[in-house]
Design a protein around this ligand. Structure first.
Ligand code: COA
Length: 407
């Protein structure tokens, strides 16, 4: 595909022989973060993807007349089912156009190529510009995935440095430091008050367990999945008319083999049989020690059982030193359980879906689907960021009315 720009730009799928030029592109695009994108992640996403179509690489590039790569859009292929029918779903990832080439329609042409090549191209979490672009290409809105946070501890010890950075950005120059020292007791006191308020809201959301009769055992370890995970998923998958298939093949590729992230699994056992499974990771430096719970699968469609495994995970994650825990779901049972475990709802993201012209499936009206923090690529390395008490409160107030459980 060639577009008629001032200098012709060629749009095509990347090949293995493009790797050196891709390296140069990723270096320019992501600067000091490029090593988290290339080569290990790129190889995992596109080359070692078990759902890759033959020798195709779902990494789409824009090249200028000197064969320099100036733009990129990718499709992360995963197995999914829509009303029981299997489909390979493509998550839209890695959209980037180098600065001097922006505003010329390059991202649009890359996205068109990506949509054309994949039956269903979907996204949950994206920059506003990317959202505008997808909507301009007739993306349809799907179910909403809600994000929740549970704060364990707010670190007030770096207030002076943070105020100093903010003043420096506002051109206070050499005065930044003395002003920061003078202002920091006030800022710290305000943070303290807000963090008390966050804790109070969290306590208010803790509901008592009614599952007195059941006692589960738990085991925890590095993420690795076998037949027992498949058996558990077989019992749960029928609840959803749209979801990524959480088979052991998918989970091992996604959580055991993903470079740059260390995931762990918590299993809930009843008389030795696995009745629940939860996957999480805790941010590693340079990320903040924020935990993402990326998967929760429970045998029965039961909020209380789901609550048991999430409560246990909160305890384990606290012991491992995380200061905040983030979880996301589109599933109603999971929402009730999460809200009962002192999590505050802070964001809602609509699934955006672009269909290829020859697509034969349609999400249509879904009665129930499963989207989690493990879907798309919003659990990847360097996205674990600590929210301040102000950010938690502002976002919580915006979403308070959308609670599933009664406040
Ligand atoms: C977002 C990005 C890929 C757009 O690339 P681009 O080649 O300049 O985009 P295009 O010229 O093809 O614009 C196509 C459409 O995108 C949307 N868009 C692009 N830039 C936008 C901006 N700054 N604000 C709002 N919408 C924007 C518009 O809908 C635009 O259509 P229009 O021109 O008819 O209004 C580019 O700005 C970029 O690489 N940004 C940094 C990385 C990033 O944010 N990636 C998205 C990750 S989810």
């Amino acid at each position: 595909m060639t577009k008629n720009f001032h200098n012709p730009i060629v749009f095509r799928k990347a090949e293995e022989s493009d790797k050196e030029r891709l390296r140069l592109f990723f270096e320019k695009a992501y600067a000091d973060r490029f090593k988290y994108k290339f080569p290990d992640r790129w190889v995992w996403q596109y080359i070692n993807n078990p759902w890759r179509r033959g020798r195709d690489i779902q990494s789409y590039i824009a090249e200028d007349s000197r064969r320099n790569i100036v733009g990129h859009s990718g499709a992360l292929l995963v197995p999914a089912q829509i009303r029981g029918a299997p489909i390979v779903l493509a998550w839209g990832v890695g959209l980037f156009v180098l600065d001097p080439y922006r505003g010329k329609g390059i991202a649009k042409a890359l996205q068109e190529l990506n949509i054309f090549d994949n039956e269903i191209l979907a996204s949950i979490y994206m920059a506003p510009e990317a959202q505008a672009l997808k909507l301009s290409l007739k993306a349809r809105r799907g179910p909403t995935c809600s994000v929740y946070v549970h704060s364990i501890y707010f670190d007030n010890s770096k207030v002076t440095e943070s105020v100093e950075r903010k003043l420096a950005r506002r051109n206070f120059g050499r005065l930044s430091r003395p002003f920061a020292i003078a202002l920091s007791p006030i800022v710290a006191a305000r943070n303290q008050l807000r963090s008390l308020l966050v804790k109070a809201y969290q306590r208010r959301h803790r509901s008592r367990s009614t599952l007195f009769g059941n006692h589960y055992d738990f085991s925890e370890g590095p993420a690795s999945f076998g037949d027992e995970s498949d058996e558990l998923w077989d019992k749960a998958r029928g609840r959803y008319d749209f979801c990524v298939e959480r088979t052991s093949k998918y989970l091992n590729w996604k959580y055991r083999d993903q470079p740059g992230c260390k995931y762990r699994v918590l299993r809930m056992l009843n008389g030795g049989a696995i009745v629940g499974q939860l996957v999480y990771r805790i941010g590693m430096p340079p990320e903040a020690p924020v935990a993402f719970i990326t998967e929760v699968v429970v045998e029965a469609d039961c909020p209380e059982m789901t609550k048991q495994i999430i409560s246990e995970a909160v305890g384990v994650i606290k012991e491992r030193g995380a200061v905040q825990i983030v979880i996301a779901t589109s599933d109603c049972t999971q929402k009730v359980a999460i809200e009962g475990c002192s999590f505050l709802r802070i964001e809602d993201h609509d699934l955006l879906v672009n269909y290829s012209p020859d697509n034969s499936v349609n999400l249509g009206a879904l009665s129930r689907c499963l989207l989690t923090k493990g879907d798309h690529d919003w659990d990847q390395f360097f996205l674990a960021r600590l929210l301040s008490p102000k950010e938690v409160l502002d976002r919580f107030y915006r979403h308070k009315s959308a609670y599933v459980t009664r406040l």
